[in-house]
Write a protein that binds this ligand. Structure first.
Ligand code: 5GP
Ligand code: ZN
Length: 114
């Protein structure tokens, strides 16, 4: 039996709606449904992987993901800077187990993050 599709796979397939802001053959960028900055975009591989670490075996896809994040940052006018975060596992604060980058911008970020 096939496992049920995760929510980000449903977004990739167009079954669940999302505000799409960029796309490549391998990656998709959508606005976070609960934004924590003026720009809060999620950049995800189109195929299902639980954690970003699984992409180390796929350098082209990994580079594609970061390229799309940088392109979205440029499109959003974030020339003064931005932050990319990837929460990994429960202690890392991950809640959706389909690998993704968070792209934050449009305000000054605080350090260290919580
Ligand atoms: P995580 O907690 O795994 O690092 O990040 C998951 C992010 O996905 C959260 O910031 C959450 O607001 C966002 N999110 C969860 N479900 C949806 C959804 O259905 N659509 C969109 N656009 N964002 C979602
Ligand atoms: Zn998925």
């Amino acid at each position: 039996m096939r496992a049920p599709m995760c929510s980000f796979c449903r977004i990739v397939e167009g079954i669940l709606p999302a505000a799409r802001v960029g796309e490549t053959a391998h990656s998709l960028a959508i606005r976070d449904i609960d934004p924590h900055a003026p720009t809060h975009v999620l950049v995800l591989p189109k195929r299902h992987l639980q954690h970003i670490a699984e992409l180390v075996e796929e350098p082209e896809e990994l580079a594609d993901l970061f390229r799309l994040a940088a392109d979205v940052a440029a499109d959003e006018g974030l020339e003064r800077g931005y932050r990319i975060v990837t929460n990994t596992g429960s202690e890392g604060g991950q809640t959706v187990y389909h690998a993704h980058l968070h792209l934050f911008g449009g305000r000054r970020m605080v350090w260290p993050p919580g």
